[in-house]
Design a protein around this ligand. Structure first.
Ligand code: IPE
Ligand code: IPE
Ligand code: MG
Length: 245
């Protein structure tokens, strides 16, 4: 029996975020170049997106490229950018078939124009879909996002659009690139690394964290169900005590 049958629809998260990690190690274990791992990670992306859509999850955010990943060898960065272009290009029809809307968050201006063009086109082509929202975090980091928000707030204070005293949680939140996206209830990281690596720092304040040893290219639907099942059996207290829930 698949774990899928044990999942309770009312107890599923609305938003799942994933740090897709371990492509390089997966390739190395097979005696191959790192990029071979990235290429094989595409199947895992497809499976995860499909599983999330089937489970009627509203948002799936995938950490595909971090601010810090720009510091990798140029040859790997270029290969990742090319892979992005071809993957987005190849998946548009499937996204539309499955009523999936594509979104992107991050310092997108830093992306090569070829990537931006393909990305914008895919976002536009899928914009009317109202099933799963698939959010790609590209050239993204939590600290970049927070600094970006602070700078925009300062600008709006200077221009008289908002007053200093007005800045509360929800005003601050509205300046984030994820403003329209609810916070994730569940964050999955693969490859046995127990860190956040500058992902959604603000948004994960109360997110449930799930770590698995599975390397990203080996991640399949059943692994996703495992994470959902684990999530379902947790007690989220938000500072209260059990008896108050
Ligand atoms: C994740 O896999 C993909 C990206 C960060 C783009 P890695 O490339 O980090 O693989 P490992 O962690 O080196 O195995
Ligand atoms: C995090 O993975 C970024 C992405 C998955 C896109 P990394 O492999 O870059 O993380 P660190 O540097 O090992 O923490
Ligand atoms: Mg890694």
């Amino acid at each position: 029996m698949s774990l899928k049958d044990k999942l309770i629809p009312e107890k599923l998260p609305r938003h799942v975020a994933v740090i897709m990690d371990g492509n390089g190690r997966w390739a190395k274990k097979k005696g191959n170049q790192r990029i071979f791992g990235h290429r094989n990670g595409v199947k895992a992306v497809r499976e995860t997106v499909e599983a999330a859509a089937e489970m009627k999850i509203d948002y799936l955010t995938l950490y595909a490229f971090s601010t810090e990943n720009w510091n990798r060898p140029k040859i790997e960065v270029n290969a990742l950018m090319s892979l992005l272009v071809s993957s987005i290009h190849n998946e548009i029809s499937t996204l539309n078939k499955n009523n999936i809307r594509l979104l992107a968050v991050g310092d997108l201006e830093k992306l090569p124009s070829k990537v931006r063009k393909e990305l914008n086109w895919a976002i536009e082509q899928t914009s009317v879909n109202n099933g799963l929202s698939l959010v790609l975090a590209l050239s993204y980091s939590g600290r970049w996002e927070i600094i970006n928000a602070v700078n925009q707030i300062l600008n709006d204070v200077k221009n008289g659009k908002i007053d200093i005293g007005e800045i509360d949680y929800s005003v601050f939140n509205s300046y984030l690139v994820t403003a329209k996206i609810p916070d994730p209830e569940l964050l999955i990281r693969t490859s046995g690394e127990y860190r956040i690596s500058n992902f959604l720092l603000w948004q994960i304040a109360y997110t449930e964290l799930y770590f698995t040893e599975v390397l990203w290219p080996d991640f399949r639907k059943e692994e996703f169900y495992k994470a959902l099942y684990d999530f379902q059996n947790r007690e989220r207290r938000f500072g209260k005590i059990s008896e108050q829930l």
